[in-house]
Design a protein around this ligand. Structure first.
Ligand code: UN1
Length: 485
């Protein structure tokens, strides 16, 4: 089923159901908006509540299943997902415009996350301590929480849902997943793969629709013990405030304003290529995208020349062409916001060294845009523009570079290009970001290590790797005294 004709449904309690209201919404291709890529359930609070109820019903049995048996469903779902990587990639490209070659990587990564998380079934879930009295066993045990609500974005429409639901499920929780409004078809593949894997009904429930209806119900429903959210700062803060007000555990992954520091001894070609990829792959629609290229004054001109040449040589356009590097942004509204941010950048004194305009009459394509002369307090230097826009800045000392890099409210990822161990160590010690790259681009995340931001980029424990256990389990301490006789 590719979702092109029939209305795709919600997956609740192991069944494919239309929305309670019967309402649907159409998703269009951002490269050719006359093409409808699918019709989806426009869920509201009732659908989310039904999904929570289905999950509650499945919790006890799922949580009491030995974890290695839970892992068996993961291996089967991963195999099902691998078998349809190409279809998932095509659907992703069609509905949200990610270039096909990146979409393929992301679909493959989702399967890898499932396989990694399945391995958690065989790793310790607690610690044993020395008792302070005789005949006692003293240990901690991590237990699942119950129903967790996952509110996920459209920009990584399969990797992010999977990196939330995989740890949630393997530790014994049950899940209600609300997919990003702009990329529902891609995420529904996850439900199909777990259904194929024979997952018990209700363990994983997947719904589509707008966050303000279905998502909001997950945040307020007392049956939901924890909410993991990836998205915008404004919505994230509202989610946090509402969830914490009812003592619901919450984890946020928000925006970034990620710097790349290019030192005088940098391998310039490598720095240029990584800055290009970091700024423009996925049309800059990653919270880990490189938004500020902070370049030492002695190499500024040569970096600038090489970078602008790379941008001029970029393959920009149809995302379904597998050679395309920069495709359209996700929809018309976001495109207009990015174009408005570009105008604001100019009005605040920035100069456009490349791009700055819409590049296709039909598609929501914005030419890769490079700014210079952006003031430190300008919008482009401080805020996140979620599109293919980056800016060049100069510095003269490492102190200045670190200060500039840290002068934002965000703290997600950062990169430095250098051969200098001293600079590298200072970067690793002082840069205020959760993900630090030395000689590689600011975006990207391995499946087995923690991922998460500092400062205004995040809230709560980090995601992925073993760090995910913090959020998706709660620890109990057991004083187990042996019988006296
Ligand atoms: C990546 O850089 O591959 O929404 C992952 C985002 C981030 C994930 C980035 N939470 O862009």
């Amino acid at each position: 089923m590719t979702g092109t004709s029939a209305t795709a449904k919600n997956f609740i309690g192991g069944e494919w159901l239309p929305s309670a209201s019967g309402d649907t919404y159409e998703k269009r291709n951002p490269w050719r908006p006359s093409i409808v890529t699918g019709t989806f359930a426009a869920s509201d609070a009732r659908d989310a509540a039904a999904a929570v109820e289905a999950a509650q019903g499945a919790f006890r049995a799922w949580a009491s299943l030995p974890a290695p048996q839970r892992a068996e469903f993961f291996y089967r779902a991963a195999a099902a997902l691998e078998a349809r990587v190409e279809q998932i990639a095509k659907d992703m490209t069609a509905e949200m415009g990610k270039p096909l070659r990146e979409a393929r990587m992301e679909a493959g990564r989702a399967a890898a996350i499932l396989r990694y998380s399945a391995g958690e079934a065989f790793r310790p879930a607690g610690e044993v301590y020395e008792p302070s009295v005789a005949n006692q066993t003293l240990y901690t045990r991590r237990r699942p929480l119950g129903v967790v609500g996952l509110i996920t974005p459209w920009n990584f429409p399969i990797a992010i849902p999977v990196w939330k639901l995989a740890p949630a499920l393997i530790y014994g929780n049950v899940v209600v997943l609300k997919l990003g409004y702009e990329a529902p078809r891609t995420g529904l593949h996850i439900a199909e793969c777990f259904a194929e894997a024979g997952l018990p009904p209700g363990v994983l429930n997947v719904i589509t629709g707008v966050g303000s209806k279905a998502g909001a119900e997950l945040v307020s429903n007392p049956g939901v013990r924890a909410i993991s959210f990836t998205g915008s700062v404004a919505v994230g803060r509202a989610v946090r405030n509402a969830a914490t007000a009812r003592d619901c555990r919450v984890q946020l992954e928000l925006g970034g304003q990620n710097p790349v520091i290019v030192m005088p001894d940098a391998e310039l070609d490598r720095a240029v290529e990584a800055s290009f990829a970091g700024a423009f792959w996925s049309a800059g629609q990653k919270c880990t995208a490189s938004r500020r290229l902070i370049v030492h004054e002695t190499v500024y001109d040569s970096f600038r020349e090489k970078f602008l040449a790379r941008v001029a040589a970029a393959k920009v356009g149809d995302p379904s062409d597998q050679t395309t590097e920069v495709g359209p942004v996700v929809n018309e509204g976001p495109m207009d916001e990015i174009l408005a941010a570009i105008e604001r950048g100019k009005a605040e004194g920035g100069t456009v060294a490349a791009g700055g305009v819409r590049a296709d009459d039909e598609g929501y394509l914005i030419a890769p845009t490079v700014f210079e002369n952006v003031a430190d307090d300008a919008f482009l230097a401080c805020d996140e523009v979620f599109g293919p826009v980056t800016s060049l800045y100069r510095f003269s000392s490492l102190d200045e570079a670190l200060a500039k890099a840290n002068a934002v409210t965000f703290g997600l990822s950062a990169a430095i290009f250098t051969r200098d161990l001293h600079a590298t160590q200072r970067f690793a010690n002082e840069l205020q970001a959760g993900i630090l790259h030395v000689n590689s681009q600011t975006a990207g995340a391995d499946v087995h290590v923690p991922f998460g931001g500092l400062k205004g980029s995040a809230w709560g424990p980090h995601e992925q790797g073993r760090a995910a256990m913090e959020f998706y389990t709660e620890t109990v301490t057991v004083y187990q005294d042996a019988p006296l006789g």
